[in-house]
Design a protein around this ligand. Structure first.
Ligand SMILES: NC(=O)c1ccc[n+]([C@@H]2O[C@H](COP(=O)([O-])OP(=O)(O)OC[C@H]3O[C@@H](n4cnc5c(N)ncnc54)[C@H](OP(=O)(O)O)[C@@H]3O)[C@@H](O)[C@H]2O)c1
Length: 269
């Protein structure tokens, strides 16, 4: 599976995770995002759905599966590795546990859930990235990614890491130019930007797009997702609704330059 255009996210679904992932696959999603972080994700439930879909005839090559390594500071008591071990061992154990949860022998993308501190790319982050790079070199993941990064952290990763990330996954606020500083570094370095909370972080944008959306017989959510794709992002959605799943995948339209420019620049605070 090559790089997807839209990703189904699995956070906050608890015991509905399997059923919702199967529903999303049934609706046509072929890319799934999760994390080995039990407090927000149920990775084993994602795995149960994937195994069912494969049993029902979906080929592994048609699916893009992405999960994350999460530091113990962002975990609850249910840590999928020995938190007293060194960082590289933690990453290795978490990765092996992810493969087991998902029932897979390789991942399409493995993401560092976030740097260990709010600023800087420190020795812990370098160690985590080294182990992720080793897993990449072994062929067990097709791409690496990093999430929740600020511009300087991404620059430091790019100057120190042996393997470059294919993906950045960030929360995308319209009033920050849709994360324009991070996106600029991504486009300079051939990195694909995955945007989350495109709807939930920007409710006022959705309100302002009611007329535009009506004029092209789409919904404001579809306009935001299409806008994100046209500026080069890969959007994530974690919708639980069958209708919204269908709408989110039905983005076969083009926004004109005037609308694109207005969405990109009107909301900067
Ligand atoms: N890396 C990180 O730290 C991080 C953090 C947060 C999230 N994520 C990832 O990103 C995924 C998505 O999270 P998110 O924060 O973007 O969103 P989310 O929590 O999945 O929420 C999306 C919201 O938009 C609604 N929605 C979706 N499509 C819609 C449509 N067409 N029309 C109207 N409403 C629509 C959904 O409601 P309905 O259910 O009613 O459709 C839901 O309330 C997560 O599941 C996770 O995989 C990653």
């Amino acid at each position: 599976m090559s790089i997807p255009e839209f990703i189904y996210g699995t956070a906050w679904k608890e015991d509905r995770t399997s059923a919702l992932v199967l529903k999303a696959i049934g609706a046509g999603f072929r890319a799934i995002d999760t994390a080995n972080q039990r407090v927000h994700y149920y990775e084993k439930g994602v795995g149960k759905a994937i195994q069912q879909a494969l049993k029902d005839g979906l080929s592994r090559d048609e699916l893009f599966v992405q999960t994350k390594f999460t530091y113990s500071s962002s975990q609850d008591g249910r840590i999928p590795y020995d938190p007293t071990a060194g960082t590289r061992t933690q990453v290795r154990q978490s990765f092996e546990s992810s493969l087991e949860h998902l029932g897979l022998d390789y991942l399409n993308s493995y993401v560092l859930h976030g740097p260990s501190q709010m600023s800087g790319w420190n020795v812990t982050d370098r160690a985590a990235w080294e182990e992720m790079s080793a897993i990449y070199d072994e062929g067990s993941v097709r791409h690496l990614g990093v999430s929740n990064v600020r511009p300087n952290q991404l620059k430091e990763l790019l100057s120190s890491g042996k393997v470059k990330p294919t993906f950045v996954q960030n929360r995308c606020f319209a009033n920050m130019g849709w994360d324009k500083h991070v996106r600029a570094i991504c486009s300079e370095n051939g990195i694909r930007y995955q945007g989350f909370s495109l709807l939930t972080a920007n409710p006022y944008v959705l309100k302002s797009l009611v007329d535009v959306a009506r004029s092209i017989e789409r919904t404001p959510a579809q306009v935001v997702f299409r806008f994100s794709q046209q500026i080069g992002m890969i959007p994530l959605t974690g919708t639980t609704s069958r209708d919204h799943m269908a709408q989110d995948l039905d983005l076969d339209f083009t926004l004109d330059d005037k609308v694109m420019d207005a969405i990109e620049n009107s909301f900067i605070g």
